[in-house]
Write a protein that binds this ligand. Structure first.
Ligand code: SF4
Ligand code: SF4
Length: 192
């Protein structure tokens, strides 16, 4: 998702999840430093410009208007007061969603049994991280953000949160019951 405001990455901390998880056009450079073209980085693959210690090796040279420059993931949007209201449940109710940072789930989503690619987790942080990771493994599902699209298929401002299947055979209905039970036990506040 492209953000509609300038975001400088100050909330990301040690996270580089989007540079691993998302299918993204990233620039190629010639030795002089000029951008020659873009290539598509596959989902669930570390970008060639991702430094071992985290962060983008080309951060200062990313072209204006590139997909990477100014990117803010749904988790970031939940941390910014102006965009928090965009988070809503599937029924259309706006909701103050407070989630674990996406990289909490990078290891489990990189495990070989996971078939889904490019998942953007948005798991309520009222469920402790260890418990949430256990639920991901047990149900083969994860609460995740999906870009909202208009009737023409174009991504519009905002996103929805829904349970995402991580394998083709995952039982979504059973997963929903288990996640909902965990949310109730964790004291998820009721929507207004
Ligand atoms: S996934 Fe979100 S929090 Fe993590 S680096 Fe990307 S924009 Fe920042
Ligand atoms: S070019 Fe930089 S910001 Fe873009 S995906 Fe690669 S490492 Fe991340």
């Amino acid at each position: 998702m492209r953000s509609l405001f300038v975001y400088d990455g100050h909330l990301c901390g040690a996270c580089s999840y989007c540079c691993w998880a998302l299918k993204t056009p990233v620039p190629r450079f010639v030795p002089s430093g000029e951008v020659i073209e873009e290539e598509v980085q596959p989902a669930n693959t570390a970008c060639r410009w991702l430094r071992d210690e985290g962060g983008c090796a080309k951060h200062d040279r990313l072209p204006e208007g590139s997909a990477c420059r100014g990117y803010a993931c749904p988790w970031v949007l939940t941390r910014i007061p102006e965009t928090r209201r965009l988070v809503r449940l599937a029924g259309g109710i706006t909701y103050p969603w407070s989630a674990h940072r996406p990289d909490v789930f990078q290891s489990v989503l990189a495990e070989p049994w996971v078939e889904a690619r490019g998942v953007m987790p948005l798991v309520p942080d009222c469920i402790p991280a260890e418990k949430a990771i256990e639920l991901v493994r047990r149900t083969a599902t994860i609460p995740a953000a999906r870009s909202r699209r208009d009737i023409h298929g174009h991504v519009v401002d905002g996103f929805d949160v829904a349970l995402e299947r991580l394998t083709a055979s995952a039982d979504l209905e059973a997963g929903e019951e288990i996640w909902e039970k965990a949310l109730r036990e964790a004291g998820l506040p009721q929507a207004a």
